[in-house]
Structure formats: C-alpha cells, structure tokens
Design a protein around this ligand. Structure first.
Ligand SMILES: *[C@@H]1O[C@H](CO)[C@@H](O)[C@H](O)[C@H]1NC(C)=O
Ligand SMILES: *[C@@H]1O[C@H](CO)[C@@H](O)[C@H](O)[C@H]1NC(C)=O
Ligand SMILES: *[C@@H]1O[C@H](CO)[C@@H](O)[C@H](O)[C@H]1NC(C)=O
Ligand SMILES: *[C@@H]1O[C@H](CO)[C@@H](O)[C@H](O)[C@H]1NC(C)=O
Length: 313
C-alpha cells in the first residue's frame, strides 16, 4: 500500500518518499486586521501580532521603557490573519489534502473559503485539518480569526468561578501583568512573570502548509543512538510516525529503506513489515540495528542526535 525510502545522513535526516506527495508552504505575507477595522497591514507568518505591528510602525519596540504596558491594547483586541492561496489540479488530485498548522497562538477559528474548518485552543499542539472538501482548484481564501487571550482567560476563570475560583486571582501588581493565564494552554510567561513583561500575543507562530497525499505520509521521525559497550557498536533505534490513511485499515504494509551515510560507507537496511494501527488510530513503525563504532566518530553522533529535518520529494 505504501513504499517509503528513508535516507539518513549524519548532521541531518533526509527522507525521500517514493510515494507522490506534495507540500505547499503557506508562510510569507498575510493580511492582518483588527475586528474594529482600524488596522489593516501586511503581516509575516510565522510570526505574531506584536512583531507585525512593530514592523508596520504602529507600535514601538515593546521592550523599551514602559511600552509593554502602553501597547497592552494589542492583546485586548481580536485580530484576523488572512491570505489567499492557489490550488492547482495536481494538489486537488490527491485523495487527502490537509491544512497543517504547526502552532497557533492560541484561540482561533480557522475558516477555509468562509467555512469554519477548525477551532484551536492550545498553543502547543499541531493542528491537522482535513480540507479536501473545502478547497477548489483556483483561488481559495484562508482566514484565522483570533480572540484576545486576555479576554478568553477571563471568561474561563469566570465560568470556573461559578463552582469555586482557581487561584491566583492575578499576578502580583509589580508584574504589570494580565490575570488567569493558568486557565489557558498558552506560554505562561506571556501574561508576565517575575523576570519578564507581558506580551499576550496572538498569531500563527510556526509553519503552516497544505499537504496532499494518497495513501500515507511520514509525519515525524525519532532517532535514538546508544553506545553498546560490549560489542563496540552503536545501537540505532528509529521510530517513524505515519499519518492516517484515508481508510483506517488494520495495518499498512510496504517497504521502509533506511540508509545511513557514514564517513566510510552507506549502511542500508530494508524492512518489510506490516505497520499496525494502535489504540489511538496511529500507525508507528519501529526498527533498530547496530553499526560498528569505527564507522562514525563520536562527535558526529553527538551532533546528529540533536535532531533532523524531513524533506519530501
Ligand atoms: C503588502 O504585500 C504585498 C504582497 O507581497 C505587496 O505587494 C505590498 O506592496 C505590501 N504592502 C505594503 C504596504 O507593504
Ligand atoms: C472577540 O471575539 C469574541 C468571540 O468571537 C467576542 O465574544 C468578543 O466580544 C470579541 N472581543 C472584542 C474585544 O472584540
Ligand atoms: C556505555 O558507556 C557509557 C559511558 O560509560 C554510558 O554512559 C552508557 O550508558 C553505556 N551504555 C550502555 C548501553 O550501557
Ligand atoms: C515503538 O517503540 C516505542 C518506544 O521505544 C514503544 O513505546 C512502542 O510501543 C513501539 N511501537 C511498536 C509498534 O512496536
């Protein structure tokens, strides 16, 4: 049902999917407006409302003087980010088209061509929204309507307070902060902390893109490398997270090819396995193998373990 090629290189992980799949980045220039229609400017995604207003000379550097307090009105308004995008026939031909937000800060309604596609309430989650039925070949519109996190935190506090109020009722006065951040899943320091001023931002703070695929895709890869002190080898453990296929079959099957480029050669492992659906309807694939220590110097292993990037072809 699928066939994937993983190519692993030191200092980075490259993934070459032999499946056809495609990613359209939706970062770049967006439009930013407040709900009252006072401001309408170009904005940058990924980013946040404070940076966009600074870049448009609407507010000054928020770290200067008491500008943190003077610009607090920004966080009390609702703001909308929007843009248009083109869908071509090639993208529309995939069975699955998802709109993926790596990070939304924080309370937003996401509209695709004026249809509410999703709501977000957690800055730390990735949101994957199925949009195949909402998009069309040609020009499309994407709108992300934010609610003030200060207002939302107060609403959640008030709701809870009908049972009993959850302390603290606010941060200490000296912080010049905002109250009730403990009711929301947003960077807690953004409502002020003892070491920092409050900038309760809103925005699309991580990449956003469209992805099209027909059977499955690799979403994440974890690589763990451990020293085997008995055999003079590195133990390499790889965990691959696939996205859900259109139809939730019990398993997906295919071939995973792992290629590790060392200083002296290319270690290739081919795994022919069924990848079973787990209780959360996720499909993950584990594999492990060993490589002789002499093939990779310690310093490269260290650098490599910090992370990897994924490229689709
Ligand atoms: C806003 O962005 C558009 C598209 O990149 C550009 O053509 C336009 O000049 C920008 N407007 C301002 C005021 O910077
Ligand atoms: C912001 O939006 C929310 C929900 O959409 C609304 O209830 C609230 O009145 C708006 N607040 C402001 C300040 O515009
Ligand atoms: C191998 O030795 C290193 C250093 O002494 C140690 O940190 C590591 O945990 C050992 N690995 C295993 C698998 O025991
Ligand atoms: C893969 O490995 C992880 C931890 O290493 C484990 O929690 C998980 O159950 C394994 N999954 C499968 C499908 O074997």
């Amino acid at each position: 049902m699928f066939s994937q090629t993983l190519t692993i290189v030191l200092f980075g992980l490259t993934l070459n999917s032999v499946l056809s799949a495609s990613i359209r980045d939706l970062g770049g220039v967006w439009q930013l407006k407040d709900a009252q229609g006072e401001y309408s400017v170009n904005a940058t995604v990924p980013g946040g409302v404070y940076s966009d207003l600074i870049n448009n000379n609407i507010i000054n550097d928020v770290f200067y003087g008491s500008n943190d307090v003077e610009t607090r009105w920004v966080s009390q308004k609702n703001w909308t980010y929007s843009r248009t995008f083109i869908v071509d026939q090639q993208l529309d031909d995939y069975q699955m088209v998802n709109l993926v937000f790596e990070g939304v800060d924080t309370f937003a309604k996401i509209y695709v061509n004026d249809v509410l596609a999703a709501e977000t309430d957690n800055m730390f989650l990735q949101y994957v929204i199925r949009v195949k039925h909402l998009i069309k070949v040609g020009l499309n519109e994407l709108r992300v309507q934010f609610q003030s996190p200060v207002e939302k935190a107060k609403q959640l506090f008030d709701e809870q307070a009908r049972q009993y109020p959850v302390p603290p009722l606010c941060v200490p006065d000296e912080y010049n902060g905002e109250c009730h951040v403990n009711h929301i899943r947003k960077m807690q320091a953004s409502f002020a902390w003892d070491w920092g001023p409050a900038f309760p931002s809103m925005g699309i703070w991580k990449p956003v893109f469209l992805e099209g695929y027909t059977s499955t895709l690799i979403r994440h890869i974890n690589v763990e490398i451990e020293e085997n002190n008995n055999t003079e080898e590195w133990n390499v453990g790889i965990r691959v997270y696939f996205v859900q296929p259109l139809v939730l079959t019990d398993y997906i099957t295919g071939e995973v090819i792992v290629k590790l480029h060392t200083d002296i050669d290319v270690v290739t492992h081919i795994f022919n396995d069924n990848i079973y659906r787990d209780a959360n309807d996720d499909y993950t694939f584990n594999c492990s193998f060993s490589i002789p220590k002499v093939s990779i110097p310690q310093k490269q292993i260290g650098a490599y373990s910090y992370g990897c990037s994924i490229h689709y072809q």
